[in-house]
Design a protein around this ligand. Structure first.
Ligand SMILES: NC(=O)c1ccc[n+]([C@@H]2O[C@H](COP(=O)([O-])OP(=O)(O)OC[C@H]3O[C@@H](n4cnc5c(N)ncnc54)[C@H](OP(=O)(O)O)[C@@H]3O)[C@@H](O)[C@H]2O)c1
Length: 310
């Protein structure tokens, strides 16, 4: 039986597969929404025993999507290398999937084709590239391209600062200023990059050792880089700048600029949830965000969105 929300509409039941950064953000987003329900969290057997935040105490945790009775879609939040296999597994059981693998250009097209073949074979829809980039940023790039045709687009990526760790590094003797950022290495390990502006350049080894020895940094790979000016580095900012310059000529000089600071796991989760709202009525096969009418991403809020944005 379908579950209704307070508006009397059927809620969309989803499972979150993989409880990492994006999976956690998706699960939190579903709990906070009015029109989506979290049917289960699907985890690897090894992770089943790991505690989840209290908010999820009533949510079933299973090791396979086939153990979930009723669902409208699966949000695949597993590492990119596992996405195709996990998608196949869901699609062959008739479960629509949403994924956000960080692939671009030819690699994205090949990945989309591979998912499309499986989705078409089992007569089920799939939404691919539904994250931040690819995803929301692809839509923005596309819109910029329409607004300033024949121009050129430049995307500059910026690192996100970790304020707490930055504050600690600034307190180390001999450090004039510091900036600490967090990255995920290719093999999934967390790394801290600490940029330090020093009183004396010769102090770099001692300062690096003091930072690494602090309990805040223990157990994490910490790389310390001396720089001339942290202020200059900060100027480069955190996040992204997307710039589109129209071709000069009879159409005038168009210049479009988009600047954002954000957590890409949270942005990706927002888009995956929006994609879940677009699943109903979608034809079998793989669809990218560019294939979907924007209003479908708003689900039951489509009318409100149209009034607000048009
Ligand atoms: N489009 C975008 O902008 C964007 C941005 C960020 C991420 N992404 C995509 O989102 C997905 C998830 O990224 P994430 O940053 O959340 O990754 P993550 O933090 O590494 O989490 C991945 C989770 O997948 C599960 N998992 C299943 N098989 C695994 C395996 N063989 N090795 C390790 N973990 C495995 C684990 O959860 P359990 O322990 O619960 O099983 C793990 O916590 C990726 O496909 C990534 O490409 C897209």
């Amino acid at each position: 039986m379908n579950v209704k929300n307070h508006n009397g509409k059927d809620v969309i039941r989803v499972v979150v597969v993989g409880f990492g950064k994006v999976g956690k953000a998706c699960a939190e987003g579903v709990l906070a929404s009015q029109d989506l329900a979290l049917a289960a969290i699907v985890r690897r057997l090894d992770s089943m025993g790991r505690p989840l935040p209290d908010a999820f105490s009533k949510i079933p945790v299973v090791s396979h999507t086939a153990q979930v009775q009723q669902m409208d879609g699966a949000l695949l939040c597993v590492p990119m290398t596992q996405v195709l296999e996990t998608a196949h597994d869901c699609l062959q059981h008739g479960v629509p999937v949403i994924e956000a693998s960080q692939l671009h250009g030819e690699a994205f097209q090949a990945h989309r084709e591979a998912i499309h073949r499986v989705a078409a074979r089992f007569n089920v829809p799939a939404i691919v590239g539904a994250g931040w980039d690819p995803g929301a940023l692809s839509l923005l790039r596309s819109l910029f391209g329409l607004l300033a045709p024949e121009g050129e687009t430049e995307t500059r990526h910026r690192v996100a600062a970790s304020l707490h760790h930055t504050a600690m590094a600034r307190q180390v003797m001999g450090v004039k200023d510091a900036l600490c950022t967090e990255q995920t290495a290719a093999d999934g390990r967390r790394q801290r990059y600490v940029y330090v502006e020093l009183e004396q350049a010769s102090e770099v080894e001692r300062v690096a050792a003091a930072i690494r020895a602090d309990p805040l940094f223990l157990g994490e790979e910490t790389l310390v880089f001396p720089v001339e000016s942290v202020a200059a580095l900060e100027q480069e900012g955190h996040g992204i700048v997307l710039e589109r310059r129209g071709a000069p000529g009879r159409l005038g000089h168009q210049r479009l600029l988009f600047e954002a600071r954000f957590d890409d796991a949270i942005m990706t989760a927002h888009i995956m949830l929006a994609a879940a709202r677009a699943l109903r009525g979608l034809s079998p096969g793989a669809h990218s965000l560019l294939d979907l009418p924007l209003t479908t991403l708003w689900g039951e809020q489509a009318h409100v969105a149209e009034r607000a944005w048009l």
